[in-house]
Design a protein around this ligand. Structure first.
Ligand SMILES: C=CC1=C(C)c2cc3[nH]c(cc4nc(cc5[nH]c(cc1n2)c(C)c5CCC(=O)O)C(CCC(=O)O)=C4C)c(C)c3C=C
Ligand SMILES: [Fe+2]
Length: 424
């Protein structure tokens, strides 16, 4: 047999093995992950009844009120073409790929090990055998998308105006802004990374990755029945978060209504992303009294320092010895509380991160703060202005990256994400 033929044969055996049932690991894995997903990929509106898979299609995008998964890969992209048609084409492809991957299928119709042998696979393969892992993909548009390149300047919502500079900000341009964003959340980090990697691969020639952030350990929940997770200061975080069952609060503080200046944003939201570095080595040397004073809650239970249990409201008027308020007025929860911010609330969905260590041998650690709000001008900027000037926690944190994105409503079957923005 000539060498070419031997090569063909070797490749043939390997592919037939994977497709026809020869390679036990490959096939077993495919059946558990991509195989199972492919069965439903043709009918994306039908839930597979598997608690591990969420649906892309709906009134709102997934990944906002969806129960918060354990892992995050967040990516910001810049569009590298001036072609509106190419941008729309990409959003169509991303929508199809997202629907497939959320069901545990490959990013493309052929999958990682089938398809044209002389072309790159339409899925990269590292998620073969992995279940959907509750993957959600949430897409957003940054202010820079609305410049003159795509004829979208008249479609920019007023709420998407750039965030102001906040005292203490030390934002890195390499970790800020972007034309598009994708938030991938899953219980398995490999599934989240696989999703972003494949969306970036599909976008080659149309978008370029601007920055991305990995997160482990959620710092909030959106359901009442889960235990409140902890941030890297060791405190419960998310106690007073807006919960998915609280429809009234969602309508008031999270979802954009029909009264929006841009009708295409109805049922959408705005995502504020802030990479917040935490000087955990300094924090770790603070007495417990100081740590609890800064947060305004107990470390063990997460209860307000004014008394009661975790989910009780703090009593800011309650005083202790020498008539001093039990919750320091400069405590984080005092500064951020709705009572001191015109009643505004936000749906927080952040993650802990550790991006290695710095030159001083300190951990480059922090909280990748993600919050969904109805309007950042009323629901984020004033709160963050107060925090950056009055919050006792400010001594231990520094904002090092920032992004603000318009999150369009959910996708209807047969449509693509953000379609309303591009229709007349
Ligand atoms: C601008 C908004 C906020 C930023 C930025 C922020 C950063 C940040 N927060 C913690 C830790 C905790 N935050 C807690 C509560 C809380 N935080 C915000 C807003 C921002 N936080 C709000 C609106 C609230 C809720 C206030 C309330 O209704 O009582 C808590 C307490 C528990 C809880 O309710 O979640 C902790 C702990 C860190 C570490 C951090 C930046 C690194
Ligand atoms: Fe907070």
């Amino acid at each position: 047999m000539c060498e070419d033929a031997m090569g063909e044969e070797r490749r043939g055996i390997s592919r037939r093995g994977l497709i026809g049932g020869g390679a036990a690991l490959g096939v077993g894995a495919a059946a558990a992950g991509f195989g199972a997903g492919r069965a439903v990929a043709g009918d994306e509106s039908t839930s597979r009844g598997d608690a591990q898979a969420y649906e892309l299609y709906g009134v709102h995008q997934p990944g906002i009120v969806t129960p918060v998964q354990d892992r995050l890969h967040f990516a910001s992209f810049d569009v590298t073409t001036d072609s509106r048609a190419a941008l729309v084409g990409l959003l169509r492809e991303w929508t199809d790929a997202a629907a497939r991957m959320m069901h545990g299928a490959g990013a493309g119709p052929a999958g990682p090990t089938s398809g044209d042998y002389d072309a790159p696979p339409d899925d990269t393969g590292e998620a073969i055998g992995l279940p959907p892992s509750r993957l959600t993909l949430t897409f957003g548009f940054g202010a820079s998308l609305f410049d003159d390149r795509f004829g979208l300047s008249g479609k920019r919502p007023a709420a998407l105006e750039p965030l102001p500079h906040f005292p203490g900000d030390n934002l890195s341009p390499e970790r800020s802004h972007g034309d598009l964003c994708v938030q991938a959340c899953a219980d398995d980090p490999q599934v989240a990374v696989h999703a972003i990697r494949n969306l970036a691969r599909i976008g080659f020639g149309t978008v370029a990755l601007r920055w991305s952030q990995l997160g482990f350990g959620k710092t909030s929940t959106t359901t009442r029945d889960e235990a409140t997770p902890r941030n890297l200061f060791g405190f419960k975080d998310g106690t007073m978060n807006v919960k998915s069952a609280d429809r009234e609060a969602l309508g008031e503080h999270v979802w954009v209504g029909k009264d929006s200046d841009q009708p295409w944003m109805t049922d959408g939201s705005y995502l504020v992303a802030r990479r917040i570095s935490m000087t955990i080595e300094i924090w770790d040397r603070q007495p417990m009294r100081e740590q609890e004073r800064v947060v305004g809650r107990t470390k063990a239970e997460g209860a307000p320092l004014s008394g009661g249990a975790e989910h009780d409201q703090p009593d800011f008027a309650r005083t202790g010895r020498e008539d001093a308020p039990l919750v320091d007025p400069a405590a984080h929860v005092a500064i951020a509380h709705p009572d001191h911010n015109d009643g505004v609330r936000m749906l927080r969905r952040g993650y802990n991160f550790v991006d290695g260590s710095n030159d001083l041998g300190r951990m480059d650690a922090g909280l990748f703060f993600l919050a969904y709000v109805v309007d950042p001008r009323t629901h984020f900027t004033p709160v963050q202005m107060r925090l950056s000037t009055l919050d006792a926690m400010q001594e231990y944190v520094q904002h090092t990256g920032s992004g603000l994105f318009a999150i369009p409503p959910g996708v209807r079957k047969g449509e693509y994400v953000g379609q309303g923005l591009f229709s007349a």
